[in-house]
Each structure stands twice: as C-alpha cells, then as structure tokens.
Design a protein around this ligand. Sequence first.
Ligand SMILES: Cc1cc2nc3c(=O)[nH]c(=O)nc-3n(C[C@H](O)[C@H](O)[C@H](O)COP(=O)(O)OP(=O)(O)OC[C@H]3O[C@@H](n4cnc5c(N)ncnc54)[C@H](O)[C@@H]3O)c2cc1C
Length: 441
Amino acid sequence: MRVLYWFRRDLRIRDNKALIKAVSKADKVVAVFVIDPEALRDRKINFDDPRFIFLLDALKNLSSKIRLHVLYDRTREAFEHLLGRYKFDAIYTASPLSWHEDTLIQEVKDICGRSGVRLIEVVDNLLADPSSVGSPINFTMFYRRWRKLVNAKTVGEIPSDNIVEIDETDLNELCRKNGWRIPEKRMWRADWYHHRLQSFNYRKYAVSKDYPYLDGTSKLSPYISLGIVSVREVFNQAVKLSEEFVRQLAWREFYYYLKYRYPHMKNLELNPHRRGIAWENDKYLISVFKEGKTGYPIVDAGIRQLKTEKWMHNRVRLIVANFLVKDLLVDWRIGEEFFKEHLIDYDEVLNIGNWQWSASVGIDPIPIRIFNPTTQAEKYDPSCHYIKRYIPELRDYECEKILNPIKYKISNYYEPIVDHYERIRKFKDIVSRARENSTYH
Ligand SMILES: Cc1cc2nc3c(=O)[nH]c(=O)nc-3n(C[C@H](O)[C@H](O)[C@H](O)COP(=O)(O)OP(=O)(O)OC[C@H]3O[C@@H](n4cnc5c(N)ncnc54)[C@H](O)[C@@H]3O)c2cc1C
C-alpha cells in the first residue's frame, strides 16, 4: 500500500498523530507540503517576509528529518498533478482547523473522488475534540468541561524507514529555482521552540503575562500555529507549573469549539444583537491606525511591534483591537484583515474569534468591555518601557506625559486622533441602535 501524507499545519514528526497513522497503515509513504501562491497572496506574504522565511525554515527542519517533497503550486493543481502521475491508495492528513483549510480539503477530496483515492483525515492539533464538550454557553463553562476531557498522551516519533521518494521537487531544488533563501540573521527561528519550551518561566506566567515590556509570555504561538510543536507537548510542559497557561490553551480550543458549533461566525457576529452595527469605517482614521500614528502611544507601539516583528503581545492586541473598533468605530472585520496581513501566528479561527470578542460582538458574559488606552497603558506599561522600545522618538519624554496624550501635548508626536470618552459614548449609541433594529428580541 502506498499513501500520500499531506503536511499542512503539522510541520513536525514528533507527536504527529495523522503522520503516525499513515506510516502504520502503509508500506510506502510519500510526504508532501504544498506552498500555495494563492494562500501567500491572500495574506500579502512576499518571499522576503519573515513569515515566509519562518515557513521555509520549518520546512528545512522537517526535510532534515524526513524525505519531504515540496511543491510550489495551487493546492488543487498540485493534487491533480500528483494523482494524475502516481498511483496512491489513500491520502492521509490532519483534520482541518480553519475555514480556509475546509475549502482546500474539499477541493482535494473532489479530486480524490475522481481518481478513486480515499482522503483520510485524522483529528489532531487539539487537546480535546470540540464535538465532545457538549454545548457550553461561555468560556468558563467550556473550560470546566474541556479540562476534564484533555488527552495529552503523546505518540512519540515516527520510524521513517517507509518514507519514500518520488520524482518531485524538494525544498532545496525549489529554493534554488526561485531564489528563496533563509538568511542567517532572522528574528523567528523554527527550532527555537525546543529551548523555549524548556526554559520558559511557566511559574511566573500568571503574573507576568499582561506586561508587554516583560518577556512574560511563551511566544510559542507561531510554532503552535504551524504545528511545529505539538500542543500536547506544550500542555505537558506547562501543566504542573501553571494552570493559568493551560487556561490560555483552553482559549485557543474555545474558539475552535465556537467554529465547530457556529460555522457562520466567520463573517457574522456571534451575538445576534450586535449584527448590522452602523460602523463609520472612516478611511482617514483607518489609514492613520494602520500606520501607527493615532497619537495614543500604546496603540502606535503595538502597530509598530506588529509590523517589525510580525507578532504583538496579547495585552496590546486587546488594546489595539478595542481602540480600532470602539474608539474609531471601525468594523472588526477590517481589523481582522489587517492582522491577517501581518501576524506570523495568524490563525483564521483565533483571529476572527478574538476580534469578535474584542469588539463585544462575540460570546462574552460582559455585554460591553471598554479598554481605555490611557488607563491600560498606565496599568500595563507604567514606566513606558514597551512604548519607548517601539517608539524611540519618545525616549526622552517623561513617562507621565506619554501615558496621558490627551492631557499633555508632546511636541514632535502625533496628536490623539480622537477623544476616547466622546467616541465611547458614540460606540454605545451605535450598538444600542443595532440592538433596537435587531430581529432577536
Ligand atoms: C485581536 C486578537 C487577535 C488575535 N489573533 C491571533 C491569531 O491570529 N493567532 C493566534 O495564535 N493568536 C491570536 N490571538 C491570541 C493571542 O494574542 C496570541 O495567541 C498570543 O498573544 C500569542 O503569544 P504567546 O504564544 O506568547 O501566548 P501565551 O500567553 O504564551 O499563551 C500560550 C498559547 O495559548 C494560546 N492563546 C493565548 N491566548 C489566546 C487567546 N486569546 N486566544 C486563543 N489562543 C490563545 C496560544 O496558542 C498561545 O501560544 C489574538 C488575540 C487578539 C486579542
């Protein structure tokens, strides 16, 4: 029996359930990964983008452990080619997590159907199956149930004796052909997680996680997002040291559960009373926000971190997302798209779920959460270390002035583009109008 193993967001050989299953079922396994130019275009990823280099780096590491073919083509065309040219008995792959992957899998399933090949999906990359948690109505209930269902038993590493080659490109050939290179100096290294997993201070996480100037969160999200590290390994490392960390992993799975239960949440607000809000979507305010020139230093620093590092601290993501939606009255979908175009840990489900939560249009027992950028900055960056790291032109100013941009004018820095209090009144007003117009009374 010869099968094709399709790597997608599970770029590892350790604790990879779908891969182990494929290897145990077949005498010969051909391993492929498809770099799809459509997917790169959709996220505005160029070949010199740190996100592309991170992917290449991850594929290089994987190729050093297993014979891996890498194709650069649209997914459907790559599979039409592979199934047209070679005989396979089945394709194995991990179950899709996002809507984007649902579409890809369906396309490949259609091609398989025409070629008489089975496509076998194996549930992985989750600690509990979203279909088994029942119908919790909020995160707290979900967490309680999910915690009892977590199965973090790892499955070890695959024996690679039956991984075979076919006459297709590998990563080296593709890199040579397309002039892709992995620079020696790079911000995100695909093998860094080994060290981080062991050395991260989980014990301090509950107190350090909200302060963006500290190295207080794991920064494992890009690795979890591409499946470079197994989420079970992360859980096992953290569980004895920090339940708060485990709770964050539960947030990840809560959003997958919401997607499973409410697949329409991709484009539609989960809270029916919050649909049809009359967003202003002012083009000027949106462009100032995207350039990180809002005059609220904590927001601007977050945007700069996002653009330079392709990652942003969670507390700052919350501040920035709240600001765009509630202070600038911009549709959360525009923010979601902006993050998609920059985040190295981009995950369609987590991004949409978190944006909905931040916009107070998702599932949250608190009807409207307001994040005041001034008080948030005072609380979480009290000495302005984070702000000054990303906005060096503010280095010589007193922190008190930086934290209160409405009270103190800073020469040579942008003036606040809106008055927070005035805009929040307006936000509440447009939200209550949407509720009045809602058909769900
Ligand atoms: C508006 C907005 C958009 C977001 N978009 C994404 C996204 O596209 N991809 C993404 O991975 N995370 C997203 N998050 C969640 C969160 O910000 C990141 O997971 C976190 O900052 C990653 O850093 P870390 O690995 O150091 O996290 P840690 O604090 O070390 O947490 C460990 C892991 O728990 C998970 N996690 C933590 N917080 C959350 C959360 N709020 N929701 C879901 N999972 C969580 C992640 O897998 C993370 O790696 C978003 C949050 C907001 C507010």
